[in-house]
Design a protein around this ligand. Structure first.
Ligand SMILES: C[S@@+](CC[C@H](N)C(=O)[O-])C[C@H]1O[C@@H](n2cnc3c(N)ncnc32)[C@H](O)[C@@H]1O
Length: 215
């Protein structure tokens, strides 16, 4: 497979690869034509190198997956790690999550994954956390009614903050654990790159699944 290296301003080269969408706004309202089917769409916001989403795309051929990442260097590393025949139901999207309302219509998405999101530990940066109420509001718009948010983190502060924000916006928590790897929920868990690192260090992993409020 074509091996990429980072060149400044080289976004067009990313697109040449065929597995990266660099103008996702052009797909708004008709993502099904990209995948050539009407299967549900699940997204990961802040996917890093995409190891998690490629694994679950291979396991679930009847779901379409989009891995959102704003750092093009990280996407390039992910592209260079893809299997020889990457799943046809998966693409990277080079975009900031802030722009998702330009990228999806109302009710276009069934599930959002947030895995090991940047914790932004300083209180003055709480609006940058991907579970801040402003982001939850964006997610409510693009998700179908009762759409799902699956969240994993090693960071206890971010986890408690996220639960507070869910409550504030009226989301319903369907499952929760503060030690995923020693819980009943570990069955079927696909590890992300960060998760592997944290588990090796013996850190506990928090997880919740929440359902979006009625609009
Ligand atoms: C700590 S890494 C976790 C990567 C991966 N989810 C994992 O668990 O291995 C967080 C990633 O989210 C990306 N990210 C953070 N904020 C973002 C935003 N607003 N839009 C898009 N990507 C974002 C970062 O560039 C980084 O690659």
């Amino acid at each position: 497979m074509l091996r990429l290296r980072y060149v400044k301003g080289g976004l067009e080269r990313l697109e040449e690869h065929g597995k990266v969408i660099i103008k996702p706004q052009e797909n708004k309202g008709h993502w099904e034509s990209l995948f050539s089917n009407n299967n549900p769409i699940h997204v990961e916001f802040g996917s890093g190198r995409g190891g998690f989403i490629v694994k679950i795309a291979e396991k679930n051929p009847n779901i379409n997956y989009l891995a959102f990442e704003r750092n093009s260097k990280v996407i390039i590393r992910g592209l260079n790690k893809l299997p020889e025949n990457p799943p046809t139901n998966f693409y990277f999207v080079h975009s900031d999550i802030k722009k998702i309302e330009d990228i999806f219509n109302f009710n276009e998405i069934q599930r959002i994954y947030l895995n090991f999101s940047d914790p932004w530990p300083k209180k003055k940066h709480n609006r940058r956390r991907l579970t801040y109420r402003g982001f939850l509001k964006l997610y409510e718009n693009i998700l179908i009614p009762n759409g799902e948010l699956h969240f994993k983190t090693d960071n206890n502060g971010l986890f408690e903050f996220s639960l507070e924000e869910l409550k504030e916006r009226g989301w319903k928590v369907m499952m929760i654990t503060r030690d995923l790897h020693n819980s009943e929920y570990i069955e079927g868990n696909s590890m992300t790159e960060y998760e592997e690192k944290f588990v090796q260090r013996g850190q506990l992993i928090n997880k919740f699944v929440a359902i979006s409020p009625k609009k």
